[in-house]
Design a binder for this molecule. Structure first.
Ligand code: PGA
Length: 246
């Protein structure tokens, strides 16, 4: 299993800022893990052109379930693929919250990604209130069951555990809390898919150079989905190096 360091630029970045990509590429020319950047859709094609097959994959942050049609403002998985993307994030908690995305809608988006030949990165994660109420494992089980489509395989699907309260806050769960959720996710995937043992499980939420090595040492953590610390090439390169060293 090749580990994955995925960066989520969210609604940040510009053509003028693509030098960060060069900095990242220059800092990790021989990375063993897979490196992915998911920029805003406007930057997908410019990034692909700039990388020129140079070892960094480019992905989208969302896609529509349909292949084409009257959906103003949306982007089809096929269009992401056309722009050179190889992956797409679906069901990020910011999409679930800002756009009221349901598990069913997210599963349809992931299936669309697979139809288009993209690898989906399906995000799950509990809110702080859910964790405080002791509901974390139930929430994760429900989101996994509902958001991961039946067509998911170890090749076309990555799962990202992103506690909502850890995203952009500088707070991270304890090592035990991360390990507990990842073990539960692995067990649920194996029970449902059999080959779920091969699906990569990322942790996301305030991953940075200073905590990456500790998180990557945990069992069943096969990489990270990184927001803020992926915006600077030099920072993200340190996280890539920590993943390679794990
Ligand atoms: P963060 O975001 O690393 O800035 O906490 C992670 C994410 O939302 O994917």
């Amino acid at each position: 299993m090749r580990k994955l360091a995925a960066g989520n630029w969210k609604m940040n970045g510009s053509l003028a800022g693509l030098g960060e990509l060069d900095a990242l590429a220059a800092a990790c020319p021989d990375a063993a893990c897979e490196i992915l950047i998911c920029p805003p859709a406007t930057l997908i094609h410019p990034m692909v052109a700039r990388i020129k097959g140079g070892g960094i994959a480019v992905g989208g942050q969302d896609c529509h379930a349909a292949g084409a049609g009257a959906h103003t403002g949306d982007i089809a998985a096929e269009q992401l693929r056309d722009a050179g993307a190889t992956h797409v994030i679906v069901g990020h908690s910011e999409r679930r919250a800002d756009h009221a995305e349901t598990d069913t809608a997210i599963a349809a988006k992931a299936a669309a990604a697979h139809r288009a030949g993209l690898c989906s990165i399906v995000c799950v994660g509990e809110t702080e209130a859910q964790r405080d109420a002791g509901e974390t494992l139930d929430v994760i089980a429900r989101q996994l069951a509902g958001s991961v489509p039946d067509c998911a395989t170890a090749d076309n699907t990555v799962i990202a555990y992103e506690p909502v309260w850890a995203i952009g806050t500088g707070r991270t769960p304890s090592d035990n809390q991360i390990a507990e959720v990842h073990a539960a996710m692995r067990a649920a995937l194996v029970a449902r898919f059999g080959d779920g043992a091969g699906m990569r499980l990322l942790y996301g939420g305030s991953v940075k150079p200073s905590n990456a090595a500790t998180i990557f040492a945990l069992p069943d953590v096969d990489g990270a989905l990184v927001g803020g610390a992926s915006l600077k090439g030099a920072d993200f390169a340190q996280i890539v190096a920590a993943l390679d060293a794990a």
